[in-house]
Ligand binder design. Structure first.
Ligand SMILES: C[S@@+](CC[C@H](N)C(=O)[O-])C[C@H]1O[C@@H](n2cnc3c(N)ncnc32)[C@H](O)[C@@H]1O
Length: 332
């Protein structure tokens, strides 16, 4: 796709007015005008997780939501905004009980919101959050000082230190998409789980037949992946279940919860439209750091990659699913 001339304003095709959802073709035209689709796609396969999270820190710590969650809220029609942001953490809590001495490990904990939330509510369980980024760990630690059952440590889930020991639950929310290869990571998780312990994963995956989806949806998905620094692309659906099974973990749930992301993605899309249509935001996009600015791209197309483009009625859903996967380490 060629970058449109700077002064060519695409004609808006609005799917829905309340809240505002632009069609996929209009969203792509806006992205092309501001960023150049080819320029973003050229980063595919590159490694820039570190730069992306460094530059995006102000957005995640101050703009996205008041709790510093770095993931999508899961709405089921009954939850408040705060409850929806902690729906993934609530699933982790379901795999813990009243026994004292239980230990939980969070992989890719970001700014610590999930572990902080759980540690405040489950004082008899001890939580350890780990993340690749030193800045994330420092900020999370600062919030946890008054909680004796919560600690943080810098570590990659690709290379978990042996001295972490074993845990009753290990979880990762929108972080294991960054794994180079699920196989070795699943083996490490299995090694660090106590018998009877659970791993809980929430993440986006490419549906089977991804490459055969309409070209605009495949392009939008690549834009979404690259602008959230998953530049190698989301793992294929089923890949984690295979990896857990190969690591001798028993997969007990693999649930498509994409529908629950709809409200959060609509809100992100609606916010992102401003970045492309309001003059002050369009000017700002030109001067703020590149990877931070590109979050507006993910915001604009996130809805379409999960739910398709209702302007084209034959495309009912997008090529991405958001899943909950749970696996258990057998006791004997
Ligand atoms: C989308 S954020 C999610 C953060 C957190 N799970 C949450 O729900 O708020 C992804 C996080 O994964 C971390 N990450 C990426 N690759 C990692 C790795 N190899 N090991 C540990 N953390 C990683 C990033 O630094 C970032 O904090």
């Amino acid at each position: 796709m060629k970058a449109a001339a700077d002064d060519a304003t695409p004609v808006p095709q609005v799917i829905s007015e309340a809240p505002l959802i632009f069609s996929l073709s209009h969203s792509l035209a806006l992205i092309d005008r501001s960023f150049g689709i080819d320029r973003i796609i050229a980063d595919s396969g590159d490694e820039f997780v570190d730069s992306y999270y460094r530059q995006s820190l102000p957005g995640y710590s101050r703009l996205y939501n008041p709790w510093q969650c770095m993931h999508l809220p899961l709405h089921d029609g009954t939850l408040s905004e705060g409850e929806a942001f902690f729906a993934q953490a609530a699933e982790v809590a379901r795999h813990l009980d009243d026994r004292p001495g239980q230990r939980v490990l969070e992989l890719g904990c970001g700014l610590g919101a999930n572990s902080l939330h759980l540690a405040e509510r489950l004082p008899h369980v001890s939580f350890l959050g780990t993340d690749l980024m030193a800045q994330h760990v420092e900020r999370a630690e600062a919030k946890a000082r008054k909680l004796p059952n919560l600690g943080f440590r810098q570590a990659s889930f690709e290379d978990l230190p042996e001295d972490l020991g074993q845990f009753d639950a290990i979880f990762g929310i929108e972080t294991l998409c960054y794994a180079n290869d699920p196989g070795p990571v699943a083996r490490l998780i299995a090694r660090h789980l106590r018998p009877g312990g659970h791993v809980v994963l929430f993440d986006a995956h490419r549906k089977p037949g991804f490459a055969n989806f309409p070209e605009d949806l495949v392009t939008a998905t690549k834009l979404y992946e690259i602008t959230t620094a998953v530049a190698r692309g989301f793992h294929d659906e089923g890949r984690w279940q295979e990896a857990f099974a190969a690591a001798e973990l028993e997969v007990t749930a693999a649930e498509d919860v994409t529908e629950q992301t709809r409200a959060g993605l609509v809100r992100l899309h609606s916010r992102a439209t401003k970045a492309f249509t309001e003059r002050k935001w369009r000017m700002a996009l030109r001067v703020i750091p590149r990877y931070f600015a590109r979050n507006a791209v993910a915001g604009l197309v996130g809805y379409h990659v999960c739910f398709g483009d209702r302007v084209a009625p034959e495309v009912r859903r997008g090529p991405i699913t958001y899943q909950k996967i749970v696996a258990r380490k057998p006791t004997a």
